[in-house]
Design a protein around this ligand. Sequence first.
Ligand code: SF4
Ligand code: MG
Length: 332
Amino acid sequence: TPPLIELRNVTKRFGRGAEQVTAVDNISLRIEHGETVCLVGESGCGKSTTGRMMAGLLPVSSGQILFRGENINSLDTERYRAFRRAVQIIHQDPYASLNPTQTVRQMLVTPLLRHGKARDRSGAERRALELLEVVDLTPARDFLDKYPHQLSGGQRQRVSVARALTVEPTFIVADEAVSMVDVSIRVSLLNMLSRLKQEFDVTFLFITHDLALAKYFAWQGRIVVMYLGRIVEEGPTPRIITDPRHPYTQALLAAVPEADPELTHRKRQIQLRSAEIPSLLALPPGCTFHPRCPYAVPGECDVHVPELEPIPEGGSVACPIRKGEPIQLIEV
Ligand code: SF4
Ligand code: MG
């Protein structure tokens, strides 16, 4: 069977001429049904753009997106609508994505009725109450008549999740879904999302700049690391977190303040040549990481665009110079 969703050589450019930027540069990615994949990278690396293309909210500039093996651009109207229902996106800022003039009841009952997920209004209301319980808004009745401004940030994010669930999605893109929420309730939100994986058989693409969150949410899944529009490394989460192999991933992890007992006894040794992230308007040639990379080889790294190559420890790395060498660690 084909993967649930697949990107084939997808590129996304914005703007024209000298103002043109390549936000996503020829990336390929397959996500199987039931997998949990975390897309990680600093802001501006193209991860949100990738998520939005996967949800059908942005057209690709070139390449293909396949959903259950079918190019989403060649679906007929009815099947395209089914694809758009099957793939839901949860945004960073629920305040921006919830209609301030609608009550929670309207936000849930309307899509339930429109998409035939309930027979009548009272059926839709029963389902709305169930969904509120699923996202831990209890007692559910107390939330039906609330407007977004009457809810906390965490509660609003739970409402966005309940609303996404009204159409029974199979794939959810959660784009920095807990980043704006108070730290104290992040874990409960993440646990709620994890529960949906099981209970609703939803496959997740979790987008975050925060490796600690990636580790927590996708320990059983996979991390895909993006840098300036390209995938530089991917692999099973435990391998990426404990044994990153691309110099950029190594630098990302070295920058995480370690509160992690697994890793605190070691100090990662990687010194970037520059802290500055190049502008998307003037991307470096070859490996876009070369101006910052301590291992860069002149005449190689600034010329050739590295390809992802599989490594025996799991996943793949786009760096022909280091060839998946582990980072040097010093005991501290
Ligand atoms: Fe560094 Fe060269 Fe590898 Fe890029 S290809 S990460 S510049 S060593
Ligand atoms: Mg973003």
